[in-house]
Design a protein around this ligand. Structure first.
Ligand code: ATP
Ligand code: FE
Length: 337
């Protein structure tokens, strides 16, 4: 089975071709237009998708060494995401399905982030989690602990009640004057700083839920007060600020993950989403795993942020279940898992 998958939920246009569970190609066009605005501008994102989608799909087919008529089904991200962005990928996928007379498969972007763990590389054995496992899904728009029962059945056991972890990284980075997206830069600078240099507010929320808006405010007020005394405070303490911020976010994330894993008695633990690229989170998880005797799974870097390969693997399992949609399937910007 050959699947073509399209991802266009936010600011990356991506297309991928799979042969069963194996990735043959994964092509991505990043959008640089948003940098100067300090965040993704939805209207600019949809316009860039419109320009990128055809070349990105061509490249995915070419890299995979297949033609359009070799494709057996087309999968697309239906949501959640930015409506204008989703519409571009959805419309393209519909047109492709119609033109080639093949089935259309809708994919939930969050399920796709989780199922990225099952992507197989050509001629390579990769370990993947066994069901049921817990997945800490931490991205730009979401922070949740997901109980993954099988490919199709997932249950959110805890989630953020306000900002996502990625947003906390990005917004605090912005306050320090770092360009968007700040997460990867905070990670880089944190490597040279002391994680216990500064203390920031830790949230108190129920069960396995998260909250990051208080941390953001605490960070902002802390800097405002220090800047009054020393206008160069940020410049002089950038590495320590990044290290302290990162360690606070990582502690918050791992604390609830540990609680959920204990209560649900699960020892297979996976990370997913853009923030799983964070080295502090990866290290923290590994240390916790040794102590808790967990078996952990972290996706390959390319499959942590938005990509169509994760949409393709999800589409493949839906194909096996003959779970198709018609031409009237409309994208959704928000979703109840
Ligand atoms: P969603 O999947 O919830 O719709 P998204 O697709 O925009 O959101 P991703 O692409 O999965 O999110 O992740 C992007 C986020 O990951 C950004 O907030 C970015 O700052 C963050 N991020 C990426 N690399 C790192 C890193 N090394 N450290 C911290 N954060 C990072
Ligand atoms: Fe995403």
């Amino acid at each position: 089975i050959h699947i073509l998958a399209i991802e266009s939920s936010c600011d990356d246009t991506s297309a991928s071709v799979f042969k069963n569970e194996v990735v043959l190609s994964n092509s991505i066009a990043n959008q640089n237009v948003h940098r100067e605005y300090g965040g993704v501008v939805p209207e600019l994102a949809s316009r860039a998708h419109q320009q990128n989608i055809v070349p990105v799909v061509h490249k995915a087919l070419k890299d995979a060494g297949v033609n359009a008529d070799d494709i057996d089904a087309v999968a697309f991200t239906r949501g959640p995401g930015l409506m204008g962005s989703l519409l571009v990928g959805t419309s393209f996928a519909k047109g492709f399905a119609l033109a080639n007379n093949i089935p259309l498969i809708d994919v939930n972007h969050l399920h796709a982030h989780v199922l990225a763990h099952f992507i197989k590389e050509p001629d390579q054995e990769t370990a993947h989690p066994e069901f049921p496992f817990l997945c800490l899904l931490v991205s730009g728009g979401n922070s949740q602990i997901v109980l993954v029962k099988d490919y199709m059945h997932m249950q959110v056991v805890g989630q953020t009640i306000d900002d996502a972890a990625g947003e906390a990284f990005d917004k605090c980075a912005k306050v320090m004057g770092l360009p968007y997206p700040g997460g990867p830069l905070v990670d880089k600078l944190a490597k040279e700083g002391k994680p216990n240099a500064f203390e920031f507010a830790r949230p108190r929320v129920k069960d396995y839920d998260y909250s990051f808006s208080g941390l953001k405010t605490s960070f902002l007020y802390f800097l405002r007060d220090r800047l009054k005394e020393n206008p160069n405070f940020i410049e002089e303490n950038k590495n320590d600020l990044c290290a302290s911020l990162q360690s606070t976010i990582v502690d918050i994330l791992l604390d609830k993950l540990e609680k959920a894993a204990d209560d649900l008695n699960i020892s297979q633990i996976a990370l997913a989403g853009g923030v799983s690229a964070n080295s502090g989170l990866r290290d923290g998880l590994q240390k916790m795993a040794v102590r808790k005797k967990w078996i952990t799974f972290i996706p390959k870097f390319a499959y942590t942020t938005d990509n169509a390969a994760m949409v393709a693997i999800t589409g493949y399992y839906k194909f096996l279940a003959k779970d198709f949609v018609e031409q009237d399937a409309a994208p959704y910007s928000r979703v109840v898992f």
